[in-house]
Structures are given as structure tokens and as C-alpha cells.
Design a protein. Structure first.
Ligand SMILES: [Zn+2]
Ligand SMILES: [Zn+2]
Length: 329
């Protein structure tokens, strides 16, 4: 198999030939068809997230076909299309697992962080945390759903069912999917981008946003909720200013720069700031049931697996419209 491997944070991924891994008990092996690139991959490579497994094959938005099945696995067939997300395993017995909050498990396994991921031609995954994707025809289009879509979905759920006007801060891979989910659900989307990013603002309007502007701007009407996808702490007070009394600001990223101090009046009147961490398998069931019939369009930029460093650089520099996806050829 071929893989793009991180040997030390802060360095480029290195192409390597490896022998094919065998799936252990409870595991399946996939022949990777596509793996999307997430901002979390950048946070790992750029040292914002500490202590990755090393050497590491990053990538946690994997779509592939089952090509070997480990002992004790039931319910999967060879050749079947499946997806592997960020949450790659849990302990099953800590307080959080028992309380159906496995996203907060005390001893989690994360794909492409604490175990090898999908920047490769093959990957091994825990079958119990893999998602059946038989309803999805195009692997490259489905890949961004596995984190951008799924974490976006969890953030939207956290924003609350009765939130009808939603602000999305940072219009990248997650926001472009969730904007479409909001529109399908009859919500109104207000998209906030880096100052003067006309490309992203036009993209947001094309996907049905009622308004798009700079993140420093106030929306034309108060928002019921806002979701912050950009890793920029100063957006927290900006979003608090934009939400109505009782409104909620959801931080959807795994890492953010420091939040500057702000006057209490921005939080007062029962505004809330919450964060979303990881995902549960129940989130995946709900989201993929919705996505399989919602005809979501994922905008992707495909790169050959060997060009992973280029894809990461384009994401880092904000040069992408939609999501970068690695495709082994
Ligand atoms: Zn646990
Ligand atoms: Zn991710």
C-alpha cells in the first residue's frame, strides 16, 4: 500500500510504501476511494493538537470499499462502500459512554490522530464505528460529509431546533454543507467570511444564503443562533453581538485562537456560548439518513494522494472553494 506519512509535527508528509495491514478482531480493511482533508488535519500537522501517534497517516473523512473483514465482524460484506469518521473507537464503559455521550469518552480513538487514517490506498478501521454509504455513488463527494458534514450537523443540532435564522462564521467545507442543510430545513442562512472574500460570499449566496458579508459586519437582522467554524477566537464576541436575546453561539472547531475579553453585556440576556466536540454514532445515523435523501452538493477540489501536501497548503492559505479531497490513483 501507499501512504502519506507524518513523522514529526511541523514537517511535510512523506510518501511511503508499506505492507498491507491486516484487520484485527472487530476491524475491517478498506481500499480507500477518497479521503477529504479537514482543518483538524492541519491542526495536527501544525502542532495545535498535541501528541499524535507518530509516525501517523492522517485523514479522518475516509470513503472506501471493504476489502478484508477481521474476525468477529458481522454486518459487512466485501466490496461494500463504507465511511470512517474522526471518532474511531471508544472505551464503552466510562461515564460518558454509559450516558450516551460517547463523543466525550475518556479513552477515545481518533482516526488519523491516535490511529492511522485515510491518506493512503488502504486503511483499517473499527467496524462498529464505520458508516455504511451504499446510498452514495460518488466517493469524492461523500468524503467531506464524514467530518465537515457530521460536525456541522452536530453544531446545527446544538444551535437548537427553533433557531430559524442561523449565522455561519467561516464559509469553508463544513459551512457549505450545513448551509444547504439549513435551507432544506427552511432556515435562513447568514454567511460571514474573511473581510472582502467575495469568492466565499458569492459561493454562500449560490447555495441559498439569504445574506453574506464580512465577519465584522452586523447581519441585517438579529440571529437566533450562530455557528463558528473558523478557528478564530475574536469571532466569539462578534457572533454574540449578532445573536438576539436568548441566542446561542456554537463553537464547532476543535481548536481556536484565544477569545479576547469582551463586555458582559454581550453575554447578558441569556445568550449562550457552547462548544461541540467530536461526534457520536447516533449523530452519524441521523445525519446520513438526512444526507442520503437531501441531494446535498459538496463542492470538492480533488488531488492525487501524492499531492497531499499541496492540498494541505491550499487549505491553510484559504485558497479552496469547498473541500479538498485526496484520491488514490
Ligand atoms: Zn468511554
Ligand atoms: Zn475533521
Amino acid at each position: 500500500m501507499r501512504a502519506m506519512v507524518l513523522h514529526a509535527p511541523g514537517t511535510e508528509l512523506v510518501p511511503e510504501e508499506r505492507s498491507l495491514p491486516l484487520p484485527g478482531p472487530g476491524e475491517i480493511r478498506l481500499q480507500v476511494e477518497a479521503c477529504a482533508v479537514c482543518r483538524t488535519d492541519l491542526h495536527i500537522i501544525d502542532r495545535d493538537l498535541q501528541h499524535p501517534k507518530l509516525p501517523l497517516v492522517p485523514g479522518h473523512e475516509i470513503v472506501g470499499r471493504v476489502d478484508q473483514i477481521g474476525p468477529g465482524v458481522t454486518g459487512f460484506t466485501l466490496g461494500e462502500r463504507v465511511g470512517v469518521p474522526w471518532l474511531g473507537g471508544t472505551c464503552g464503559c466510562c461515564t460518558y459512554c454509559v450516558e450516551e455521550r460517547e463523543n466525550l469518552c475518556n479513552a477515545p480513538v481518533f482516526t488519523g490522530y491516535t490511529r492511522d487514517g485515510g491518506f493512503a490506498t488502504h486503511a483499517v478501521a473499527n467496524a462498529a464505528f464505520s458508516i455504511k454509504l451504499g446510498a452514495f455513488d460518488d466517493p469524492a463527494s461523500a468524503a467531506p460529509l464524514l467530518c465537515a458534514g457530521l460536525i456541522g450537523w452536530r453544531s446545527l443540532v446544538a444551535a437548537g431546533d427553533c433557531s430559524r435564522t442561523i449565522g455561519l462564521y467561516g464559509f469553508g467545507a463544513a459551512a457549505h454543507i450545513i448551509a444547504q442543510v439549513c435551507v432544506r430545513q427552511g432556515r435562513r442562512v447568514f454567511a460571514f467570511t474573511r473581510r472582502g472574500d467575495e469568492t466565499a460570499q458569492t459561493f454562500a449566496r449560490e447555495l441559498g444564503a439569504a445574506w453574506a458579508g464580512d465577519s465584522e459586519q452586523m447581519p441585517p437582522e438579529p440571529l437566533d443562533a450562530a455557528i463558528i467554524f473558523a478557528p478564530v477566537g475574536s469571532l466569539v464576541p462578534a457572533a454574540l453581538k449578532a445573536v438576539r436575546k436568548g441566542g446561542r453561539v456554537v463553537c464547532g472547531g476543535i481548536h481556536m485562537s484565544d477569545i479576547p475579553s469582551f463586555p458582559y453585556r454581550l453575554l447578558w440576556e441569556e445568550r449562550q456560548v457552547v462548544s461541540v466536540a467530536n461526534l457520536t454514532r447516533a449523530d452519524a445515523v441521523d445525519f446520513f439518513a438526512f444526507a442520503s435523501t437531501a441531494n446535498l452538493h459538496t463542492e470538492t477540489v480533488e488531488y492525487d494522494l501524492a499531492r497531499a501536501n499541496e492540498a494541505l497548503a491550499d487549505l491553510r492559505e484559504g485558497r479552496l472553494r469547498g473541500a479538498a479531497v485526496l484520491v488514490p490513483r
